[in-house]
Design a protein around this ligand. Structure first.
Ligand SMILES: Cc1ncc(COP(=O)(O)O)c(C=O)c1O
Length: 373
């Protein structure tokens, strides 16, 4: 496989080589890189939830959800998430990625047009690639382009696919307008709420809920349990008939081992904390505003603060300098973002302290001035 070395050299020449860096336990760096938006991964109640489920059900779920991999805990999580977001029902997957593959491959057939936002998450893109319908990619947040495609289509069925909070820029999809054209054209709106659950909407119920679309029969939500909900896994929140269809046809559900009980228990506990302390959702947006001010960029409507630096080398150097100064930040380069828009990606946490913000201010001030353009 000598060609792998050739491809590796090309990657390195473009500044796109990636390395795995194990995280040290008890790392003292300030975390602005993870998706632990509500600061719950180490919350005692969440750890207890994971441990209790682990002890009761074992380390693994032992099989596919359709065989031995469904526990009472999985079903409770599904009911609780559906109730929280206002959906008729929920179905838990081993990951958000698997949930997106499931929805796109099973709700679309050869007679389906799939219209996807240009900035849709990679897992939605891969779902589009695996689905058997015709895929049309529209410019980011372009509702008119969506409407034109839906109106002019030859296919009897159509899906419109979007993130609600976009993972790289942290901006919001125009969900109300999208739903209006979806409804007018008898299509279905598939919304990935990975970055919106726990952050947007009353008490973190998500942007679909905030937009007044909860429970609409032509809206299908997907989400991950690995960000605000501090665990692992994915979920589809939709009408009962969608759940039933997925259970019977989704290959990423049927041919995948059910989510581990500890993750289910952790997600349930995180949801209980969020319900008891709904102010966490507002706090994460406030802290994102603080981070944006310190980085000299506009306040985002989400937890994601994007500081675009341009070249991948510059973004990598800036991320390394932050790290060396005790602040861990994300670094997004192509293909995660378009060429020329490599960036630092800072994620806010509801429990960032004033002292941490002081340190972040000093570090960002130095790094953003010193790293050469
Ligand atoms: C928007 C979006 N959708 C889906 C996923 C995939 O979720 P998971 O990590 O649970 O597979 C992610 C990232 O993790 C994401 O950012």
């Amino acid at each position: 496989m000598d060609w792998l070395a050739d491809w590796g050299r090309e990657r390195a020449a473009a500044g796109l080589q990636r390395e795995l860096t194990p995280r040290a336990a008890g790392d003292p760096a300030i975390d602005l890189a993870s998706n632990d938006y509500l600061g719950l991964t180490r919350h005692p109640a969440v750890l207890d939830g994971a441990i209790a489920a682990l002890r009761r059900w074992g380390a693994g779920s032992t099989g596919s959800r359709l065989v031995t991999g469904t526990t009472a805990e999985h079903e409770l999580l599904e009911v609780e998430l559906a109730e929280f977001t206002g959906a008729e029902s929920g179905l838990v997957f081993a990951s958000g990625y698997a949930a997106n593959l499931a929805v796109l491959t099973t709700l679309a057939g050869p007679d389906t047009l799939i219209v996807s936002d240009a900035a849709s998450h990679a897992s939605l893109v891969d779902g589009c690639r695996l689905a058997r319908g015709r895929v049309a990619v529209v410019p980011h947040a372009d509702v008119d382009a969506v409407a034109a495609l839906l109106r002019d289509r030859a296919e009897p069925r159509a899906l419109v696919v979007t993130d609600s909070v976009f993972s790289a820029d942290g901006d919001l999809a125009p969900l109300a307008d999208l739903h209006r054209v979806v409804r007018a054209n008898r299509a279905v709106l598939v919304v990935d709420e990975a970055h919106a659950i726990g952050v947007r909407g009353t008490g973190g119920r998500g942007l679909v809920h905030e937009t007044g679309l909860a429970g609409e029969p032509d809206v299908v939500i997907t989400a991950t349990l690995s960000k605000a909900l501090a665990a692992q896994g994915g979920v589809v929140l939709a009408a009962d008939r969608v759940r039933n269809h997925l259970v019977n046809t989704a290959r990423s559900f049927i041919f995948d081992t059910g989510l581990a009980p500890a993750a289910v228990g952790a997600a349930r506990a995180a949801l209980r904390v969020l319900r008891a302390e709904p102010e966490r959702a507002g706090a994460v947006l406030d802290r994102a505003g603080d981070l944006a001010r310190l980085a000299g960029v506009a306040a985002p409507p989400s937890a994601v603060v994007s500081v675009v630096l341009g070249d991948p080398e510059r973004a990598v150097a800036a991320a390394a300098a932050c790290r060396a100064a005790g602040v861990s930040v994300g670094c997004f380069r192509p293909p995660s973002v378009p060429p020329g828009t490599s960036r630092l990606r800072l994620t806010a946490r509801a429990n960032l302290t004033a002292a941490e913000l002081d340190t972040i201010e000093q570090v960002l001030r130095t790094v953003l001035v010193e790293v050469p353009a």
